[in-house]
Design a binder for this molecule. Structure first.
Ligand SMILES: NC(=O)c1ccc[n+]([C@@H]2O[C@H](COP(=O)([O-])OP(=O)(O)OC[C@H]3O[C@@H](n4cnc5c(N)ncnc54)[C@H](OP(=O)(O)O)[C@@H]3O)[C@@H](O)[C@H]2O)c1
Length: 277
């Protein structure tokens, strides 16, 4: 697809899951990439895989170890990356961590850490790149939220808080950046089969597991296809998957009534099966 030829994308969280699948797809469509994450080994492995997908010798993939939660690290690493590789046309904020647990089991430190990665991390990279995109005369910012950024779910008090913040942040940016020809895309996937889900499962309450099944499960490749399609169509809201789309549709038109009530019934039934009632 010509749309991504000669374009450069910076992808945080590009070493795994949705970020990596999106990087693979963009590489196959002519885009050059710089991946950002903390773990160097996974970044190097991702670069090797991505190189096999590239169809032109002019395309490049590079990796930079960076902690999105650390604003100084972000400023420094983005500056160096831009000097070396250029100003990106596309910034994809996919770095993120999950948390499924009862609110009372979540410490202040855990709450703080997740917010620093999921919310401040997105803020930090955008803040570092935005002036450069404006200088370049345009660009596209893609933020990963979730279905959990629109529907408050049992066992997700911390994660939902972070993803609701990304929805509000993206809505405001969309409006503010339009006149600078910078598009904003907000991506709200349901559950996607990545290492994130395996990590989350360690503390996920069983009732939350049952509720989560309502939105469906996608592969990272399915999520990536929806993201790439959304970018080319300059869509603001991208909800990958039919089940997630219809869940959000009913949630919105009923002002939450069509999702809260069935959700409560499912939680009650699951709790009863667990002997909690
Ligand atoms: N999987 C799902 O079910 C699902 C559903 C809806 C939305 N999402 C969202 O989609 C995004 C990607 O999730 P995923 O499923 O692809 O997760 P994943 O496979 O666990 O990948 C997460 C990526 O983020 C990086 N990362 C984590 N903390 C970071 C930090 N402090 N600084 C820089 N990089 C960091 C990880 O690398 P390092 O650990 O090496 O840094 C990794 O590359 C997240 O924002 C998530 O909230 C996921």
């Amino acid at each position: 697809m010509a749309y991504f030829s000669n374009k450069l994308a910076f992808i945080t969280g590009g070493s795994s899951g949705i970020g990596l699948a999106t990087a693979n797809l963009l590489a196959a469509q002519g885009c050059s990439l710089v991946l950002f994450a903390r773990g160097q080994k996974m970044l190097d492995d991702a670069c090797k895989t991505i190189k096999t997908k590239m169809d032109s010798t002019s395309q490049k993939v590079n990796a930079v170890s960076m902690d999105v939660a650390d604003n100084n690290d972000v400023r420094e690493k983005i500056k160096v990356a831009v000097e070396k590789f250029g100003i990106p046309d596309l910034l994809i904020n996919s770095a993120g961590v999950g948390c499924g647990n009862y609110f009372e089991n979540i410490s202040y430190e855990q709450f703080d850490r997740l917010m620093k990665i999921n919310v401040y991390g997105t803020r930090n990279t955008i803040s570092a790149i935005l002036p450069l995109m404006k200088q370049k005369g345009g660009g596209h910012i893609v933020n990963l939220s979730s279905v959990a950024g629109h529907i408050g779910m049992y066992g997700y008090s911390l994660y939902c808080t972070s993803k609701y913040a990304i929805v509000g942040f993206s809505e405001c940016l969309r409006s503010e950046l339009k006149r600078f020809k910078i598009n904003v895309t907000l991506v709200c996937p349901p559950e996607v089969k990545t290492p994130f889900v395996e990590e989350e499962a360690k503390t996920l309450p069983p009732e939350a597991r049952v509720v989560k099944n309502l939105a469906g499960l996608l592969t990272p490749e399915q999520a990536a296809q929806a993201i790439v399609r959304g970018i080319t169509r300059k869509k603001f809201l991208v909800v990958p998957g039919l089940m997630a789309k219809s869940l959000l549709f009913w949630h919105r038109i009923s002002n939450g009534a069509f999702t809260r009530r069935p959700g409560d019934i499912i939680v009650k039934f699951a709790s009863w099966k667990l002997g909690k009632y």
